[in-house]
Design a protein around this ligand. Structure first.
Ligand code: GDP
Ligand code: MG
Length: 168
């Protein structure tokens, strides 16, 4: 059996829910005050697609994203990417294009997906569905609305990326 392992980077502004998403997907838990485990670069989860075993390695940042200080080793060898913003944070939505450019500058064109997290807080949304869909269209990205808190659509995001990667 050939093993397929995919390095996935999860990028976006601070506090959009990246660490929570990785925890949720790999450990099945959600905590209000997630603190990164010191020394752990990524968490992983095994899934199977078309009877192929795939190991997804989800790389977390240690909160350096606000200082534009994500190191090259974070991006190195990335094969897929989640671009995440938060329903309640307008700036995080407006930063998506620049995150996409940053990833592409480091690793070139890889499968990507656009994620609007915290959809459980839709009543407090700082953008409307028209503009989110417009951005997805403009960037040619599949678009998911997730709630890491309520475990809505999180699995779908990573299944999509793995499927897209396999079709390359
Ligand atoms: P990161 O900086 O992007 O890694 O964001 P974190 O994972 O640290 O999450 C920031 C805050 O948002 C934490 O208090 C999380 O509990 C919270 N959070 C994450 N996902 C969700 C969600 O889907 N809904 C709600 N209501 N809160 C969330
Ligand atoms: Mg984090």
């Amino acid at each position: 059996d050939i093993e397929i392992a995919i390095k996935v980077v999860v990028v976006g502004n601070g506090a959009v829910g990246k660490s929570s998403m990785i925890q949720r997907y790999c450990k099945g838990i959600f905590t209000k005050d997630y603190k990164k485990t010191i020394g752990v670069d990524f968490l992983e989860r095994q899934i199977s697609i078309d009877s192929k075993d795939i190991r997804l390695m989800l790389w977390d940042t240690a909160g350096q994203e606000e200082f534009d200080a994500i190191t090259k080793s974070y991006y190195r060898g990335a094969q897929a990417c989640v671009l995440a913003f938060s329903t309640t944070d307008r700036d995080s939505f407006e930063a998506i294009e620049s995150w996409k450019r940053k990833v592409e500058a480091e690793v070139g064109s890889i499968p990507m997906v656009l994620v609007q997290n915290k959809i459980d807080l839709i009543d407090d949304a700082k953008m409307d569905s028209e503009e989110t869909e417009k951005l997805a269209k403009k960037l040619h990205l599949r678009f998911y609305r997730t709630s890491v808190k309520d475990n809505v659509k999180v699995d779908d995001v990573f299944k999509y990326l793995a499927t897209k990667y396999l079709k390359l």
